[in-house]
Design a binder for this molecule. Structure first.
Ligand code: SF4
Length: 215
């Protein structure tokens, strides 16, 4: 499939920015440790489910040491409604042990250091850097970004690394920090399982819509 040219990509970004102003990260947190824990809990789990368990969890556990020394049975009770809770709990405990020992309790602010922590892949590392420290090193590519980038014509791949590179080449860096959240919102509001193309601000530009129209 072809992709949109740079001018059209800019138009897509502008239109989406206008439609979803001030979009931010969708998981609630106050501190970098909260964010790290919420981000580890997030895969394969709905945001509302994560946001439901974290208020009590964050009240009980505040520092890396709190998680590193947590009683697993007790910690599990707080997160048992989360998918793959046991694995994620172990990742939280092991990550926090490393943070406590190697980084004096501070969540690292370097991508390669974050990616050495259990349960943290590239997308999560980029997310933590943006939202905890305001360090923008990339665009986090999740399933919404993969789906919508291909539909609209922003990228032509299912490989998250390739998509990230394509998006970063086409999109002005000033939009990187929340572009993934804007796409996700657009997916939830308009371009979900059944896309409402007639109501979509991108209907004149979007490649998928134009292919459908020409059929
Ligand atoms: S035009 Fe249709 S397919 Fe394209 S982004 Fe909008 S809703 Fe999705």
């Amino acid at each position: 499939m072809e992709v949109l040219d740079k001018k059209k990509v800019s138009l897509v970004v502008e239109k989406l920015e206008k439609s979803y102003p001030n979009m931010g990260y969708y998981l609630n947190f106050k501190t970098p440790i909260d964010l790290l824990v919420a981000a580890i809990l997030s895969p394969q789990t709905r945001d509302v489910t994560v946001n439901k368990v974290t208020p009590d969890l964050f009240k009980k556990y505040k520092t890396a040491k709190d998680y590193a020394t947590a009683n697993p049975d007790e910690l599990f009770q707080y997160i048992k409604s989360i998918a793959f809770a046991k694995t994620k709990m172990n990742n939280i405990i092991e990550s926090c042990k490393l943070i406590d020992k190697q980084y004096k309790g501070k969540v690292p602010d370097k991508k390669d250091e974050l990616m050495k922590l259990p349960g943290i892949g590239e997308k999560t590392a980029v997310t933590i850097l943006i939202n905890a420290y305001g360090i923008v090193e990339g665009i986090p590519v999740d399933t919404w970004v993969i789906k919508l980038s291909n539909r609209i014509g922003l990228a032509d791949s299912t490989n998250p690394n390739k998509i990230e590179k394509e998006l970063e080449q086409e999109i002005d860096k000033k939009y990187w920090h929340n572009f993934a959240y804007i796409l996700k919102e657009h997916g939830k509001e308009i371009c979900g399982k059944v896309p409402f193309c007639s109501k979509c601000v991108l209907n004149e530009i979007c490649l998928k819509n134009n292919v459908e129209k020409s059929k």
